[in-house]
Ligand binder design. Structure first.
Ligand code: ADP
Length: 636
């Protein structure tokens, strides 16, 4: 690249920048945290690459970040001697966003400044947050290992494009210079910058240096002033937060540390910081975020745990340190037992890593159990009481994956599940709550699956349960049926779908009811035979049921079969669903069913009965036009 080039930002970046400059002024100062955090990451990367190639340190082995300003020029500069950027990296990394979920994020922006600012906070703007306070940013950089002439200057006003050109830069690393907007000139102050660094970046393990300020007496009769000296001083603690004793760390410092490593703008819901001793020794600092990230559902997405070995950063997203169903957890693990040159492949096989992964899993489950306990703790604050519900609304679906994935912790996970039910509109019923409310003689935990809570609640299958006052859990989350297939019972009580197999309410039905049902089934035999024949292409069987009270008919699947709802979901997703015919159950006491026997329209009524049962549970008749025609014929 000989000449200066002007390049356009990726469309999403341009949109993001517009937002940054128009919506993010309520908490301006976070730009400094973001830029220092990038500088620190760049130093971590250098340290890691230098494990294999010490020459990358060139003649500056001490990694550091320098923050300086120039009052005349109205600029603020954050400089690091980390890994640096090559020309191509500057173009790629500062002109596009590689993050998954970016497009979806941008599509959710509404133009409303308040709600967009909240969204953008969740997304994290990183480098681009510089434009909150700057109307122009100049980045100068050279990647470690490249020649001085292979440096790059990147300049942008934060609108649609940026310029890049080749420069000569003897020192490696990156300096980011912010040309401050007029309303942001108060950042040209040692005191102000120091206090922001103290708040957000104290825990950064690198030294952050600023020029020392000295008091210079004024001339005769005039006041003195602060002037910057040539001497630099370290303005942060510069020890990795997790290595400090817990008692020396304030909640505020934990929160700020979380924000720095996760790029989240919201406080975490909870955290846990421990030195684990034993055959494998490590420090874990794990956080539960308050809100799901945009790419929670991305299967490739790995856990948010950073791995350090003896304080040296090794890798981000070390998925081997947590099972996939806990991928929302953020944090740091620092181990003294792993080799510094540990690779992803090696991580998969290491026995120490297995021990760490199990330890982390237990710790996260314990954090969740604590939150869940606070729900019912009278002494807990209102905020603490609500935390588990907040967590569950964001991450409950992911947690359920654990039922299939983590056999060893299935029991603990089952206790953490929450559902809405016929007794509770909110997703707050635990299996233990349910059991405590079970009726005398009730032998199973009943549930119904459905696309939505409303659909489940209106399902005809529930009628007999309502009549008998039996609670039924609503399973309306897409993963529920899959997850429940791994959970056959809870503390000795089986889980039973109300739409599968025959209803057997066992002791809950009295003798008279059973007898009446048997008699009805007997006398109904001839009609059943005709119904079976008329519906032989649609229904596997037709039988009389006691589960219906007000509805004429419903569909069920055989015990162990896949629910009709899951089969539909699979078909929608283009997957092969087993071709199972449902069972039609009819309510022998219903007038419509009684009308069947002498009706000249027997066949039409039979099909209408079947199709209506399908509609009632959220499906569509195979041939909607034929259904409409049959109904109309009868209406006329
Ligand atoms: P993120 O840090 O979340 O990836 P940013 O927008 O903050 O997103 O930065 C984008 C990329 O630019 C970084 O991933 C990194 O590759 C590069 N980058 C930013 N700041 C620096 C720096 N000081 N030194 C080297 N690379 C940097």
């Amino acid at each position: 690249m000989a000449q200066k080039q002007t390049l356009s930002f990726q469309a999403e970046v341009a949109q993001l920048l517009h937002l940054v400059t128009h919506s993010l002024y309520s908490n301006k100062e976070i730009f400094l945290r973001e830029l220092i955090s990038n500088a620190s990451d760049a130093c971590d990367k250098l340290r890691f690459e230098a494990l294999n190639d010490p020459s990358l340190y060139e003649d500056a082995p001490t990694l550091e970040v320098r923050v300086s300003f120039d009052k005349e020029a109205k600029t603020l500069t954050i400089a690091d001697n980390g890994i640096g950027l090559s020309q191509q990296e500057a173009i790629d990394n500062l002109g596009t966003i590689a993050k998954s979920g970016t497009r979806e994020f941008v599509s959710r922006l509404s133009g409303d400044q308040k709600s967009d600012a909240q969204l953008i906070g969740q997304f994290g703007v990183g480098f681009y947050s510089g434009f909150i306070v700057a109307d122009k940013i100049t980045v100068e950089s050279r990647r470690a290992g490249l020649k001085p002439e292979e440096g790059v200057r990147w300049v942008s006003g934060g609108a649609g494009d940026f310029e890049v050109e080749q420069i000569t830069r003897p020192q490696r690393g990156t300096s980011v210079t912010l040309h401050l907007r007029d309303e942001a000139l108060d950042y040209l102050s040692t005191w102000k910058l120091k206090s922001i660094i103290g708040k957000y970046s104290d825990h950064i393990s690198l030294p952050i240096l600023m020029r020392k300020e000295e008091w210079q007496e004024g001339e005769e009769g005039k006041g003195g002033e602060h002037v910057l000296s040539d001497e630099w001083e370290t303005v942060n603690q510069a020890t990795a937060l997790w290595t400090r004793p817990k008692k020396d760390i304030t909640p505020e410092q934990y929160r700020e540390f979380y924000k720095a490593i996760s790029h989240d703008y919201e406080d975490p819901l909870a955290w846990s910081h421990n030195r684990v001793e034993g055959s494998t020794e490590y420090t874990q600092l794990l956080f539960l975020p308050a809100r799901a990230p945009f790419d929670l559902w991305n299967r490739e997405k790995t856990a948010g745990v950073k791995l350090y070995v003896k304080r040296v950063f090794i890798m981000d997203d070390a998925e081997a340190l947590l099972p996939a169903y806990l991928r929302f957890v953020k944090g740091v693990v620092d181990s003294a037992d792993l080799p510094l040159n540990v690779s992803r492949e090696l991580l998969q096989e290491s026995r120490d890593v297995k021990a760490i992964r199990e330890g982390n899993t237990r710790r996260v489950l314990a954090m969740l159990e604590d939150l869940a306990k606070a729900e019912k703790d009278e002494a807990a604050s209102e905020e603490d009481k609500g935390k588990y519900a907040r967590f569950y609304a964001e991450f409950g679906s992911v947690l359920k994956e654990g039922l299939g994935e983590d056999l060893a912790n299935r029991e603990r996970l089952a206790k953490l599940l929450r559902f809405a039910s016929t007794a509770s509109d909110t997703v707050s019923v635990s299996l233990a709550d349910y059991k405590a409310r079970m009726k005398d003689g009730q032998e199973a935990i009943y549930y119904i699956t459905g696309d939505t809570q409303a659909a489940a609640a209106n399902s005809p299958q529930l009628e007999i349960f309502r009549k008998k006052g039996l609670e039924v859990l609503y399973m309306t989350d897409r993963v529920d049926e899959w997850a429940l297939s791994f959970l056959h019972e809870f503390e000795g009580t089986p889980l039973q779908s109300v739409a599968k197999g025959q209803v057997d309410l066992g002791k809950l039905q009295d003798e008279a009811e059973k007898k009446a049902a048997e008699e009805a089934a007997q006398s109904f035999q001839p009609v059943l035979a005709r119904l079976k024949d008329a519906l032989k292409d649609k229904a596997q069987d037709v039988r009389v049921t006691t589960r219906l009270v007000d509805s004429p008919a419903c569909l069920v699947v055989t015990e162990g079969g896949m629910s009709l709802q899951l089969a539909r979901l699979m078909k929608q997703a283009g997957q092969q669903a087993p071709n199972q015919k449902p069972v039609l159950e009819v309510n022998a006491g219903h007038p419509l069913v009684q009308k069947l026997e002498g009706s000249p329209h027997f066949d039409d009524l039979a099909h209408i009965l079947f199709d209506q049962a399908l509609l009632a549970e959220g499906g569509l008749p195979e041939d909607p036009a034929a259904y409409v025609k049959r109904v109309n014929a009868l209406l006329v």
